[in-house]
Design a binder for this molecule. Structure first.
Ligand SMILES: Nc1ncnc2c1ncn2[C@@H]1O[C@H](COP(=O)(O)OP(=O)(O)OP(=O)(O)O)[C@@H](O)[C@H]1O
Ligand SMILES: [Mg+2]
Length: 329
């Protein structure tokens, strides 16, 4: 690949009108084990699309098939209109890939990592010399340009991996758990960079098991569990469809929680906007449109929780509703 980014931007014949990514009946088996069990989704150009699911859901496996580093077992897959299995190099030239585990060269400097990666793509040195400065600035790593990768913090390594993935000016950026393991501040810095990319028109496809990350970044997402898509929609749409507006979290003590859940279901059953009660090991979740009204009713019926908290529904509640399990356990 020796074209410059700008000439490539004008030469995308198969780009027009086709989705960024399209999967139909996509499956992946490892021996007898099905990691991906027939998933369908389409990612529109310019959108931020998420795969939200717990450990082992098949997120990375799906990303690896998109990135043309793993073959699929059955089904259809197109990336920018191209079959990654048939034309891996062409697909890889259009993608930026941020794998779940950083695979930077620890021995090299920050700048050298980007240059080497660009050389691997066959990008001309002249292009890279200016591009690398732009990417370092974007990743807020200019001051670390000469540092060795092994001396960087986790957040800096993640930013470098993203900067490196952008060296070929990809139209689609794949991010496998971009912020897992980072502290809140480092996550916010990364989210900010990803917003900027999205605003500049890059299609983002990311996996996460952080509901807040999905809510912050994704225009649309699929909830995946055990290799299947459980639901699809915008974060707000999924919450509307699968949860109530608010949730009341109550603690009556580990021993009393299950018994109280049944009692509350019974007593709140007719209340306006009440949906159901979920029992978690340490607390009860009362799903209601107006959780403070539910709390008043609970007190009025003579129950006294040790603690109570009213909050908005989140994607965590959607996941719990769909799978009966908690996303973070
Ligand atoms: N190379 C492999 N050989 C055998 N099984 C595999 C292989 N890669 C993944 N799996 C299995 O496939 C399932 C899905 O794995 P995958 O890495 O796609 O999950 P994930 O959603 O990315 O999970 P995590 O959140 O932990 O990264 C898991 O049960 C995993 O053990
Ligand atoms: Mg993974």
């Amino acid at each position: 690949m020796t074209t410059t980014a700008s000439s490539r931007a004008h030469a995308r014949p198969e780009s027009t009108g086709t989705p960024a990514i399209e999967a139909r009946g996509l499956t992946k088996k490892y021996g007898d084990f099905s990691a991906v069990r027939g998933i369908d989704f389409a990612v529109t150009r310019g959108e931020a699309f998420g795969l939200l699911g717990p450990n082992g859901a098949g997120k990375s496996t799906t990303m690896r098939m998109i990135a043309a580093v793993a073959s699929r077992t059955t089904g259809e897959l197109r990336v920018a209109g191209i079959d990654p299995e048939a034309e891996g190099p062409r697909v890889r030239a259009r993608l930026g890939v941020v794998p779940q585990q950083d695979n930077l060269d620890e021995e090299l400097s920050v700048r050298e990592n980007i240059i080497m990666y660009g050389r691997y793509f066959g990008l001309p040195r002249r292009y890279l010399v200016t591009k690398v400065e732009e990417l370092l600035e974007f990743a807020q790593l200019t001051h670390k340009a000469r540092a060795r990768v092994e001396d960087l913090s986790g957040g800096m390594k993640r930013r470098l991996t993203i900067a490196r993935a952008l060296v070929n000016e990809p139209e689609i950026l794949l991010l496998d758990e971009p912020t897992t393991g980072l502290d809140p501040q480092a996550r916010h810095v990364l989210w900010d960079r990803l917003f900027r990319l999205k605003e500049a028109g890059t299609t983002l496809v990311l996996t996460t098991h952080h509901m807040d990350e999905a809510e912050q970044l994704c225009d649309r997402l699929v909830v995946v569990d055990e290799g299947r898509i459980m639901a699809e929609g915008s974060p707000a749409g999924l919450i509307r469809e699968h949860s109530t507006r608010e949730v009341l979290e109550l603690r009556f003590g580990m021993e009393r929680n299950p018994e109280l859940a049944a009692v509350l279901e019974e007593q709140l059953g007719d209340a306006v906007g009440f949906s159901h009660v979920e029992v978690l090991p340490d607390r009860l979740l009362v799903y209601a449109e107006q959780a403070d009204h539910a709390l008043e009713a609970i007190y009025a019926a003579g129950h006294k929780p040790m603690t109570s908290l009213v909050r908005r529904s989140s994607l965590e509640d959607v996941f719990l509703r769909l799978t009966g399990r908690s996303l973070i356990d």
